[in-house]
Design a protein around this ligand. Structure first.
Ligand code: DNO
Length: 391
């Protein structure tokens, strides 16, 4: 596998020279400054590409070329937005950047409730707490009908939290769930936006009446429309699984497990329509065994995210060490090295440690924590290559 790293562009405090020093080979990035829906021009693409190459690295993967909400809910402007998307894909293909990661999650990309959940050793990880999430849904968002999504025990725990929670903690929950984790991935809400909860409610309303089947059809429509460009320029699309892989906030989620992935790959049965195998997202679903999924879908995987999670009681999960948890990363490396070698791989997220906490890094994207994870993954890769007689 190619060792890649998610880098957030020239403003990222983690520089390309630092990445060179720690053995990174390829860069995963995006034109973060281009508003969603606008065309990525050849000039902007080539400028960033040359900058990356001037550091002895290559631009391996685009993560993400964001899909606008109107494409996902089939708004009147969808064809115009798809035409722009195709133009960006063609420009990327012409520049030789041929792996494009995206997602089809309505309104909210990944979800966490705690950005610094402590481990006993003094480091911290991202965390999802189902009761705190339900609190956000029921008490802050006050979504109509939300009660039916939770058990009586969960509703009781939310009521108890409501009796004790401080105002500052509520603000922190809002900030974590819909602001801090979203803005930097080119999401809908950015730091500094006023009244994020109201913005969020308006976005949710766009999906009134859009169920799983409708969202699936909108994905099929989008993929069918872009495949000719992907074929012409050799671009591989790789959808990111829903994170976490279950229904949330009354929104449909359609890339959560084996059946969903199978549906998606068959719906548009073209080798350019593939998967980002995110072991972290998939392992957070108790229905998923990452090893089975990797065996089944390795041939349609174009990009791998190596990360692991530990399921906790009550539907909570924590991002665990890359050596432990439900990700089973060493087995995944064995499978991918055999079934589809040379895929770009990035370590996805890392712990916050050794001063990372004061650097203002994007949540999950620490330097020391990811560097440690990369070293662990490199070690696993070396063992697997040795087992396979490759070195
Ligand atoms: C979070 C990321 C996601 C991912 C997008 C891909 O850390 O894994 O935001 O980049 O879902 O489109």
């Amino acid at each position: 596998m190619e060792k890649t790293w998610r880098w957030f562009g020239k403003k990222d405090p983690i520089t390309l020279s630092m990445l060179r020093q720690i053995g990174v080979e390829g860069i995963v990035t995006a034109l973060h400054e281009v508003p969603n829906g606008e065309v990525w021009t050849p000039e902007a693409i080539n400028d960033l590409k040359q900058y990356i190459e001037s550091h002895g690295l290559r631009w391996s993967v685009v993560e993400s070329l964001p899909v606008c909400e109107a494409i996902k809910y089939a708004g009147p402007e969808r064809d115009k937005l798809i035409a722009n998307y195709k133009a960006s894909l063609a420009n990327l293909g012409k520049a030789g950047i041929k792996t494009v990661c995206y997602n089809f999650m309505p309104v909210i990309d990944w979800i966490r409730t705690d950005l610094q959940h402590p481990w006993p050793d003094g480091t911290s990880s991202l965390y999802f707490d189902r009761i705190r999430f339900a609190y956000f849904d029921l008490k802050i968002l006050q979504r109509a009908g939300a009660e039916t999504d939770y058990s009586p025990e969960e509703l009781e725990k939310v009521a108890e939290l409501d009796r004790n929670i401080a105002e500052a903690e509520k603000d922190e929950l809002i900030d974590t769930i819909i602001v801090k984790t979203q803005g930097f991935v080119n999401g809908n809400i950015k730091e500094g936006d006023l009244q994020p909860v109201n913005i969020f409610r308006r976005l949710l309303a766009l999906y009134d009446g859009i169920d799983r089947n409708a969202l699936r059809e909108n994905l099929r429509y989008f993929l069918t429309a872009i495949m000719p460009v992907c074929e012409e320029y050799g671009v591989n699309m790789c959808i990111h699984p829903d994170d976490p892989p279950f229904q949330v906030l009354g929104l449909p989620r359609i890339i959560t497990d084996e059946a969903d992935i199978e549906w998606m790959l068959h719906a548009v049965d073209n080798p350019h329509n593939g998967l980002t195998f995110c072991a972290g997202s998939l392992s957070a679903g108790e229905q998923n065994d990452t090893r089975e999924l990797a065996r089944k879908f390795a041939h349609r995987t174009h990009f791998v995210h190596l990360r692991s999670t530990k399921a906790m009681p009550g539907g909570n999960f924590i991002e665990s060490s890359h050596l432990e948890g439900r990700g089973h990363l060493i087995d995944l490396i064995r499978i991918f090295e055999k079934e589809n070698p040379n895929l770009p791989m990035r370590v996805d997220h890392g712990r916050t440690m050794l001063g990372d906490e004061t650097k203002g890094y994007n949540p999950g994207y620490s330097f020391h924590g990811r560097m440690l994870a990369l070293a662990q993954v490199e070690g696993m890769m070396a063992v697997v290559r040795n087992e396979l007689g490759l070195e």
